[in-house]
Each structure stands twice: as structure tokens, then as C-alpha cells.
Design a protein around this ligand. Structure first.
Ligand SMILES: N[C@@H](CCC(=O)N[C@@H](CS)C(=O)NCC(=O)O)C(=O)O
Length: 213
């Protein structure tokens, strides 16, 4: 079954899926969707037909589009269970999912492109107010994630990467873009370092993508 990933080099949600695909050793074709050029290619009707939310990523599986990065990673886990990105034990699985959801639902959306554009262009917030927004939500969200980490590492939940780690790496990259101080989060930084040492994670990095500018 062919896998085609619509993604953008700097999209954190697309990056999560690239990491998961690479960790599972799956090859895929990459289709760049430029989120900023000419108002954003994600809004084109042909892309919206695949992803009605006009967001990346979309993974087409044999021509069938799947959306939402966590749903895509869950599909990958079900169809390609080796190597696993979720632990076997149900309580441990729930904890890993909770961490990934905390990032994907409560941290990342508050600084995504559509929100940043609204703060600046519609609400016309000053750059100081916009900065305060990002620091507030990043601080609140990352402090909770730091407390949610479990096990002895080096990854978020033990000796192997999970979907929690797939969400963590792009989120910390984004936090650095907003110059957020990461020193209060040593456990997150430890897990990030473990991830960045893996070739599968390195090749998923924004700068390694063909559409990187
Ligand atoms: N919850 C979605 C979030 C997807 C999302 O926010 N994608 C961003 C890039 S990271 C996007 O496409 N933004 C385009 C826009 O805001 O217009 C997921 O996990 O897939």
C-alpha cells in the first residue's frame, strides 16, 4: 500500500508523523504543502477535499486520506505494530496517549499559524502581548508535560520511543522558536536528546526536508 504524506517542513504535526513513519521503517512519498505561500496551499480546494480542516498533515493510504497526526500515528501502530510506539500494558498506554494529547490538543494549537495570524492581524495584539500569550501557554503546558513523564528514561516513558516522544521533539523546537526558557524541563530535554540521537528522528527534522527554506 503506497503512503503519501502531505506535509510542510516546519509543521510540528507533520513532523510527528514523519518521525513515526521513520521509526517504523516505512517508506513514503512526501508532498510539500506550503502553508505560507500565496495565502497557503492548504486552502486550495483540491487539498481541502483530502483534509477539510485545511491543515497538514494528511497521509494517503492507497489513495485514502487520513488526517490528524495522532489518528494517523494510531493507524500506523495498528497496521504496522513493529517496532511499537505504544507500550503493551493498558495503563502505560493511557499515560503515553495522555502526554501526546496534552501536547497535540493543549500546547501546540495555541501557537499554530492560524492562531498567530488571528492574534496579529485580527486582534492586532502588540508583539509584547503576542509574546506574553506564547510564553504563558508554553509554560503552563510544558510544566504539566514535565510532570507527566514516567519511567527511568531515556525516552518519555522508558527505554524505547513512543508517540509521546514523537510529539515532544517538534514541540520543543517550537518552544525555542518563541525563545521559551527550557531549563525548567530537564526530563523533557533528556527525552529530546535521546530522540535526536536516532537517525530515524534526524531524517525527519525540518531542515532535512526537501521543501526546507
Ligand atoms: N491537530 C492537528 C493539527 C494540525 C495543524 O495545526 N497543522 C498546522 C501546521 S503544524 C497547519 O496545517 N496550519 C495551517 C494553518 O494554520 O493555516 C494534527 O495534529 O494533525
Amino acid at each position: 500500500m503506497t503512503l503519501v504524506l502531505s506535509t510542510y517542513w516546519r509543521s510540528s504535526a507533520g513532523w510527528r508523523v514523519r518521525i513515526a513513519l521513520n521509526l517504523k521503517g516505512l517508506s513514503y512519498a512526501s508532498v510539500p504543502i506550503n502553508l505560507v505561500r500565496e495565502g497557503g496551499e492548504q486552502h486550495r480546494p483540491e487539498y481541502r477535499a483530502k483534509n477539510p480542516q485545511a491543515l497538514v498533515p494528511t497521509l494517503e493510504v492507497g489513495g485514502v486520506p487520513l488526517t490528524q497526526s495522532l489518528a494517523i500515528m494510531e493507524w500506523l501502530e495498528e497496521e504496522h505494530p513493529r517496532p511499537p510506539l505504544l507500550p503493551r500494558e493498558p495503563i502505560a498506554r493511557a499515560r503515553v496517549r495522555a502526554f501526546a494529547l496534552a501536547i497535540a490538543c493543549e500546547v501546540a494549537p495555541l501557537s499554530n499559524l492560524a492562531v498567530r495570524t488571528y492574534l496579529a492581524d485580527v486582534l492586532e495584539l502588540t508583539s509584547t502581548a503576542q509574546r506574553a500569550w506564547h510564553q504563558h501557554w508554553l509554560g503552563r503546558g510544558l510544566a504539566a508535560c514535565e510532570a507527566m513523564i514516567g519511567g527511568e528514561g531515556p525516552f518519555c516513558f522508558g527505554a524505547a520511543p513512543t508517540i509521546a516522544d514523537c510529539t515532544l521533539v517538534p514541540q520543543l523546537y517550537n518552544a525555542r522558536r518563541f525563545e521559551h526558557d527550557l531549563t525548567p524541563y530537564p526530563a523533557l530535554l533528556r527525552a529530546e536528546a535521546a530522540m535526536l540521537a536516532l537517525p530515524a528522528v534526524q531524517s525527519a527534522a525540518p531542515e532535512a526536508q526537501p521543501d526546507a527554506v
